[in-house]
Design a protein around this ligand. Structure first.
Ligand code: PAF
Length: 274
């Protein structure tokens, strides 16, 4: 399959590297990460050890393949720009999959890309940007994919198989909207606290006061989701959030990484939307 990964950050590069084992993958990212990958290949360390040569570009104008799949892994505040930039690459059958944090990506993408191309996913893999050209896979999580209208489809099954064949443990969901909300509740309970305190995920469970704070944020976010008609319970979400913290104990959240790199965070699309 021809795959374009739009957003070669930590998660995008990890998925790109894994998918590149059996597919033609082009990464779209920023220098110096892109230039280092062009010179030395893309290296994944940690839970996955891999070095792959992947074509890497800085703009979609440089892409010459016709993608069957576009994986959107940009930060939520870049979703509209990225959607506008990939639009010209689409053919009739191209699937565009949002694998992002936040509650507002689908509606932003739909402003530029027709609904029929669009699928969505969530992942709890932890990945850390180590150096240009090097990504640390810090936590093996799970990935869920679904059609935005919830129907099970042949293309969704193909996509789930493709991810699993690449070593990305993936299941299909008939309620991806619910999963996006669940992921946002998890993110709302972990990311801002780690970003504010400058700590790795595991510290949230090592410090009992922070453990309680995680529970309080998680409960509040779950109540908001419930009021919006999402079938969740605070109890279930607290357990899920703690599980994700354990699975990604050695990770620095994407929000902490943004702060450390002096970049904008996704707070508006997560806690802001809630
Ligand atoms: O945003 C993140 O960092 C990730 O979604 C997660 C799963 C919380 C791991 O750090």
């Amino acid at each position: 399959m021809n795959i374009v990964v739009m957003g070669a950050g930590a998660i995008g590069s990890l998925f790109g590297a894994l998918l590149a084992k059996k597919n033609t993958v082009v990464l779209v990212g920023r220098a110096p990460h892109t230039t280092r990958i062009q010179q030395q290949g893309l290296t994944i360390t940690g839970k996955t050890r891999l070095r792959v040569n992947v074509p890497t570009v800085e703009t979609t104008k440089e892409i010459t393949v016709s993608p069957d799949l576009i994986l959107l892994t940009v930060k939520s505040y870049d979703t509209e720009t990225a959607s506008a930039q990939v639009r010209h690459l689409l053919h009739n059958q191209t699937m565009v999959v949002s694998l992002q944090n936040g509650l507002d990506n689908i509606e932003k993408i739909e402003r530029y890309i027709k609904k029929e191309h669009l699928l969505a996913g969530v992942t709890t893999h932890g990945a850390l940007f180590s150096n240009p050209g090097v990504i640390a896979h810090t936590g093996k999580g799970k990935t869920i994919l679904g059609e935005t209208d919830g129907r099970p489809s042949e293309r969704l099954q193909r996509l789930v198989d493709l991810f699993n064949e690449a070593g990305v443990e993936t299941i299909m969901s008939t309620n991806i909207t619910g999963e996006i909300w669940r992921k946002a509740i998890v993110n709302s309970s972990i990311n801002p606290l780690t970003a504010f305190l400058g700590c790795k995920n595991r510290y949230l469970l090592e410090n009992p006061l922070l453990g309680k704070l995680v529970e309080r944020v998680c409960t509040e976010s779950s109540m908001i989701a419930k009021a919006k008609g999402i079938q969740v319970s605070a109890q279930e979400m607290i357990l899920r959030t703690k599980e994700v913290i354990q699975e990604t104990a050695e990770n620095s959240t994407s929000m902490l990484q943004s702060i450390q790199q002096g970049k904008r965070t996704e707070i508006d699309s997560i806690n802001g939307m809630l």
